[in-house]
Write a protein that binds this ligand. Sequence first.
Ligand SMILES: C[S@@+](CC[C@H](N)C(=O)[O-])C[C@H]1O[C@@H](n2cnc3c(N)ncnc32)[C@H](O)[C@@H]1O
Length: 192
Amino acid sequence: MRLPGIPDEEFIRVEKIPMTKEEIRVLALSKARLFDGAKFIDIGSGTGSVTVEAGLVVGEKGKVWAIEKDKDAVELTKKNVEKFKLNNVVIIEGEAPEALDHVDSEVDAIFIGGTERLEEILLSSDKKLKNGGRIVIDAILLETVNKALSTLNQMGYKTDVIEVIIAKGMKTSKGYAMISRNPIFIVYGEKP
Ligand SMILES: C[S@@+](CC[C@H](N)C(=O)[O-])C[C@H]1O[C@@H](n2cnc3c(N)ncnc32)[C@H](O)[C@@H]1O
């Protein structure tokens, strides 16, 4: 099993599509408790960086569904999935929660990086998640954190949240200067 942590520079990127950064991907997939052979849904796949990391973790026996509503982001997800030579990924062009109907299996974990219509997405995700499975939400806004926690708590999930504040080294002629990245919240819940 391969652990996540692919450097951001290894992904094909376009400026207008934001990417979940390397350190956040590592933490988010750790909170998702992914394992070799697991089934996983990435909602709002964007560049496909989380999809690719998850595809490598779950391996040939596992499967990843990438849901994305934006056509350009779908193409970018496809390119990155091809670059990393993954054949265990299904890319679904469409908007969640409706697009979740195309996932034909119960899954072990769900990552939500696209948080439009979050409440509806959480309620529909619950129907696809195995008991004991986890939902992980990446959020920038406090309001999203609040909505995620209150909805998951109402659904009876065991919840928690972390705030991640990262500074990354930038090489200069004199040495490394630390450049801070925007704080991110990771909300996660476990289905009873
Ligand atoms: C912050 S980006 C996700 C970044 C992605 N995790 C990555 O590493 O590239 C959010 C993405 O979610 C998509 N999105 C937002 N709401 C969505 C929904 N309800 N269904 C499908 N895609 C959605 C947006 O089009 C956007 O590409």
